[in-house]
Design a protein around this ligand. Structure first.
Ligand code: HEC
Ligand code: HEC
Ligand code: HEC
Ligand code: HEC
Ligand code: HEC
Ligand code: HEC
Ligand code: HEC
Length: 390
């Protein structure tokens, strides 16, 4: 995926410390101002101890560390099982642990005149690599990490160490789409290679490569061409923060002190910042994109939601979890589940609600949040909820 903006210093600080879950906060009135994407100073929003916490057990707290999602399963079995089926739980995997070596092995793909014809091969240990006859430095590279659960696509990332020691990331030009179809990676059709390495795909360096890893993992720091402290996928502790203290306290008491979303200062805005950190906020896109709202903006659900009348006219109390359980994949839900989410605020039995004059009880999504097609047959639902002219 093409990264449209460089990161702010604040974001970089967050990347380096590896803590995302409560990274930044913006003033809600500024967030709704779609024309105003400037970045803002970071300030932490959550602490592990709340000063006025009620009668929950009080203990001295140590600096929490990451324990891994398996630890959470002991007491939160439902969240754990739901999360396992969510795209968040399979969005960063070593290629050798997937079916990709078998899918790509012995295939060729014509990347175009400037790039050449790729040939894929699997070795005896199951490792996959790609070679290019018209490239020399190098002419063959391994396929390392698969990003994306495969619901829409899986794109391959290979890490390399640049001459100056900085980590480079090669986003391969060929991705795997549903039904094992190989196709051009989204955003690559216009790319022109300036050196041999770029014939394999789009090459990013340093913090841009780190950002790609940041959004698809729980922790992982790039150093000298590899990832240190890798915990793959968007797991519990990416959103809730390191859990060692919570686990320790919960083992000692049935009423552990507030943690993460249980803290008093966790609010609607905190959640929008959390999801928007990866799904993108208005500040992540250009002013022109905000003004024109091209179809590509539908990939960035928070950008759409924040300009919807539903959000603006409901005291800005609408958030992602108004309609999505953060642990449960959207892909298993029925249309009726989605309609129920609309009905909570557009209920024909509640005279204070605004009711649709066209269809008061059915098919809300197809008229007010239609699917919008992107490259390679990928579709997103437009989260700018509104009446579409026809
Ligand atoms: C650390 C980055 C990150 C954060 C934070 C994050 N997401 Fe995601 N989300 C992703 C990525 C990456 C995917 C793509 C998963 C895949 O590969 O299919 C995704 C996919 C999704 C999907 C579609 C996949 C599915 O199975 O349903 C939903 C819905 C979603 N996220 C909702 C949320 C909500 C709600 C929040 C906030 C509570 C949130 N996300 C926070 C990175 C993030
Ligand atoms: C700012 C955070 C962010 C960065 C940076 C980022 N991604 Fe993603 N990526 C996401 C989110 C969020 C989704 C889920 C999109 C959705 O389903 O709405 C996603 C989805 C994907 C998908 C699934 C297919 C699709 O188009 O939805 C692939 C593949 C992917 N990313 C690869 C990459 C690669 C490779 C990089 C780095 C070169 C990268 N991403 C950088 C957040 C990010
Ligand atoms: C994408 C971000 C994200 C991920 C990943 C995530 N959570 Fe959550 N979780 C949230 C948010 C946001 C809330 C608060 C939802 C609300 O306000 O209704 C929450 C609420 C909770 C709660 C309290 C409410 C409830 O559902 O019981 C528990 C417990 C919890 N999460 C555990 C987990 C565990 C265990 C995992 C991993 C298996 C996990 N979460 C993964 C974002 C996330
Ligand atoms: C030994 C049991 C236990 C383990 C292990 C455990 N929790 Fe909890 N957790 C609890 C209890 C008890 C509560 C408070 C009551 C409730 O909401 O269920 C709680 C509450 C929460 C909440 C809601 C916030 C709050 O303050 O009420 C979240 C989020 C959460 N846990 C996430 C996690 C995550 C993430 C992990 C793994 C890193 C984890 N828990 C591991 C027992 C546990
Ligand atoms: C008013 C309800 C509503 C709200 C609020 C909402 N969504 Fe959605 N979301 C939906 C519906 C409906 C779908 C489509 C489900 C389907 O049919 O596949 C969807 C789909 C998605 C998907 C899958 C990709 C796509 O676009 O089809 C992601 C990712 C997602 N939402 C993220 C978010 C995030 C992040 C937020 C918060 C900024 C959010 N949503 C707020 C209703 C909502
Ligand atoms: C948190 C409450 C809430 C939820 C959930 C919600 N809405 Fe709304 N919506 C509102 C409010 C409040 C208004 C403004 C009503 C008015 O102006 O009279 C509104 C307005 C609208 C409008 C008119 C928009 C315009 O620009 O004139 C449409 C269409 C709409 N909602 C559809 C939906 C659909 C479809 C869903 C489910 C996907 C949904 N809403 C979910 C609160 C909500
Ligand atoms: C067949 C397409 C269609 C379906 C299905 C549909 N709507 Fe609408 N809706 C419209 C149109 C068109 C308008 C504008 C009507 C007008 O201005 O006369 C509208 C208007 C609205 C409004 C604004 C009403 C006002 O007075 O400002 C709301 C709220 C709304 N719809 C919600 C919903 C909800 C919730 C559902 C599902 C229960 C739904 N709609 C299903 C087409 C649809």
């Amino acid at each position: 995926m093409t990264i449209t903006r460089t990161m702010s210093i604040a974001t970089l600080a967050v990347l380096i410390s590896g803590t995302v879950y409560l990274s930044m906060r913006q003033n809600p009135s500024e967030m709704a101002m779609a024309d105003e994407p400037a970045s803002r100073a970071a300030r932490p929003v959550i602490t592990n101890t709340s000063p006025s916490s009620s009668d929950r057990a009080r203990e001295t707290t140590n600096k929490p560390t990451y324990v891994g999602r398996e630890q959470c399963a002991e007491c939160h079995r439902d969240n754990f099982e739901q999360h396992a089926a969510h795209g968040h739980a399979s969005t960063f995997i070593e290629v050798s642990e997937t079916d990709l070596p078998d899918i790509f092995d012995k295939q060729t793909f014509d990347g175009g005149d400037a790039h050449g014809v790729y040939t894929y091969s699997k070795d005896d240990d199951g490792n996959l690599s790609v070679s290019l006859p018209n490239a020399e430095q190098p002419s063959k590279i391994p396929l390392q990490y698969a990003l994306g659960s495969g619901h829409n696509a899986r794109t391959i990332l290979t890490l390399a160490r640049g001459a100056d020691g900085v980590t480079e990331g090669i986003e391969h030009r060929v991705s795997c789409y549903p039904d094992k179809r190989l196709g051009m990676t989204v955003g690559h059709s216009e790319k022109k290679p300036a050196r041999d390495l770029e014939k394999f795909g789009d090459v990013t360096r340093g913090e841009l490569t780190q950002r790609c890893v940041y959004c698809h993992t729980t922790t992982g720091i790039l150093t000298e061409g590899r990832i240190d402290r890798l915990v793959a996928n968007v797991n519990c502790e990416k959103c809730h923060g390191p859990g060692s203290e919570h686990v320790r306290q919960a083992r000692n008491s049935k009423n552990p002190p507030p943690y993460s979303v249980g803290a008093e200062n966790w609010d609607v805005e905190s959640e929008i910042q959390l999801c928007g950190d990866c799904h993108r906020l208005p500040r992540s896109v250009t002013k022109q994109e905000l003004r024109d709202y091209p179809d590509t903006m539908t990939r960035f659900q928070p950008v759409g939601m924040l300009r919807s009348k539903c959000y603006l006219a409901s005291n800005r109390e609408m958030k992602c979890s108004t309609c999505h359980d953060p642990h449960q994949s959207v892909h298993g839900l029925s249309q009726q589940d989605h309609i129920q989410n609309c009905i909570q605020c557009h209920d024909t039995d509640d005279s204070s609600h605004t009711i649709c004059p066209v269809s008061a009880k059915t098919n809300c999504i197809e008229c007010h949040m239609p699917k919008v097609s992107q490259e390679q047959g990928i579709e997103f639902h437009d989260h700018w909820i509104r009446v579409h002219e026809e």
